[in-house]
Each structure stands twice: as structure tokens, then as C-alpha cells.
Design a protein around this ligand. Structure first.
Ligand code: PEP
Length: 248
């Protein structure tokens, strides 16, 4: 069976002291036989700290964003090569908070995925519709358009990305897509990927949007939900550990 993947997205939260106790609690609480992949997407200034705290553990390091540029005069940006220097394995691209608050277009997201892949880092490509788009019956068209840009730009490397379906209306709101709603979109994304690669079945499709200790098992039981991208609930060790346990 495919190994599931649970990724915590800390967003702009944390401090040296809080990070140390959270990672310590996760390391202590992860069962010996934890079978799913686990990664933490941490703010860039803490990459070195988390790399060192997670050394020798089953927790992989992830970043929350990457520049679409290789290097040079791009003040404030962090390149894929810099992320690689810190042992980063995954990077989020196209999170709805970046699309919404930083004006990232589908083309920008696709270029960021390309930079990550070229540096040997797995992009976690986030797609998802707003509430208005869902209510207008546009959910599938929106996520297909967002994913198509990445497929188009990344051609035969597309099987190397992870896709995260995150309905915008479910992020940080406490409203979760029902397992059936999420599965419907995941199945559509899987079939879109299948038209582009022979490896679509093996690819990981994560669900994100108010996943928590109470709803994770049901969501993760769906056929095309291969893991979770977890925001708020990844900041509390006991909640995140319960989600990891639900992914075994
Ligand atoms: C996210 O930020 O990717 C996310 C899913 O957040 P939350 O779990 O808090 O809804």
C-alpha cells in the first residue's frame, strides 16, 4: 500500500523556544513503527534549527515558499538552492495565502514548482477553490486550471510533485470539506494527472483545510486522499500526533 504523508504547515508561527518543545514532543510521541511520512513546513529563519532538531528522526524538513528565480537581485526571496543547503525535502508552492495575499498567479506557481524540481526538492502544489467559486459550481474547473499550469510547465517531471487540495473556504475556518466532497475533487485531480503521466496512481494527493484529530481518520480513509496538509492542528503536538496516528 502507498505510504501516506502528513505535512504540518506552521505558517508564520513559532519561536526558538516553542519550536524546540514542539519538535521534542513530536519526536517523543511518534511511535517506533510510524509508517507514514511526516514533514514540517517551517518559517525560513527556523530551517537550520528544525534541521538540527529533526536530525536522526523520521521527520522531514519542508519550506513554505521558494523563489521562482535562480539567484540574484531579488531582495527578500529564498532560492531553491538555499533550501537544499538546509536539507529541505519538500516546499509548498501556491498556498492560497500566497495566491491571495501575494498575488501569485498560476504561472508563478508553476515556475516555482520548476525551480524546486530542478534543485531536487519535491514541490507540494496547492490548489483549491474559494467559497464563491464552489457555490458557482466552478470547483473542478478552478482546480483543473491551477493544476494544468503546473503540468504544462513541468511536463514529464509532473509525477514527481505532490498535490494538495485545499478548499480556500476550509483553511483556518474550522469548516472541513466532507470526506465525500474532498474525494470527489481528488478523483478529478487524479484523472487529470493520469492524462499526463503513467504514474498518477503512485502520486500523493493531500487534503488540507481544518484537518484535525477528530476528522483525520475519515478523510484519510478515502481512496484518493493520500495524506494531509495541516495548519492549525500542527502547532499542538497532541493534535498533530493524533493525525499522524490516523495515517498509519
Ligand atoms: C493550511 O494552511 O494549509 C491549512 C490547511 O490550514 P488549517 O489546517 O489551519 O485549515
Amino acid at each position: 500500500m502507498k505510504k501516506k504523508l502528513i505535512v504540518g504547515n506552521w505558517k508564520m508561527n513559532g519561536s526558538l523556544a516553542a519550536n524546540a518543545s514542539l519538535v521534542q514532543a513530536l519526536r517523543a510521541g511518534m511511535a517506533e513503527g510510524t509508517a507514514c511520512g511526516v514533514a514540517l513546513a517551517v518559517p525560513a529563519p527556523y530551517l537550520a534549527q528544525i534541521q538540527s532538531l529533526c536530525a536522526g528522526s523520521r521527520i522531514d524538513l519542508a519550506a513554505q515558499d521558494v523563489s521562482q528565480h535562480e539567484a540574484g537581485a531579488f531582495t527578500g526571496e529564498v532560492s531553491a538552492a538555499m533550501l537544499r543547503d538546509f536539507g529541505v525535502r519538500y516546499v509548498l508552492v501556491g498556498h492560497s495565502e500566497r495566491r491571495q495575499f501575494h498575488g501569485e498567479s498560476d504561472a508563478t506557481v508553476a515556475a516555482k514548482a520548476q525551480r524546486a524540481l530542478a534543485a531536487g526538492i519535491t514541490p507540494i502544489v496547492c490548489v483549491g477553490e474559494t467559497l464563491a467559486e464552489r457555490e458557482a459550481g466552478q470547483t473542478e474547473a478552478v482546480v483543473r486550471r491551477q493544476l494544468a499550469a503546473v503540468i504544462h510547465a513541468n511536463g514529464r517531471c509532473i509525477s514527481e510533485v505532490v498535490v494538495a487540495y485545499e478548499p480556500v473556504w476550509a483553511i483556518g475556518t474550522g469548516k472541513t470539506a466532507s470526506p465525500a466532497q474532498a474525494q470527489e475533487v481528488h478523483a478529478a485531480l487524479r484523472s487529470q494527472l493520469a492524462a499526463a503521466t503513467a504514474h498518477a496512481e503512485a502520486m500523493l494527493l493531500l487534503y488540507g483545510g481544518s484537518m484535525n484529530a477528530a476528522n483525520a481518520a475519515q478523510l484519510l480513509a478515502e481512496q484518493d486522499i493520500d495524506g494531509g496538509l495541516v495548519g492549525g492542528a500542527s502547532l499542538k503536538a497532541s493534535d498533530f500526533l493524533s493525525i499522524i496516528a490516523a495515517a498509519q
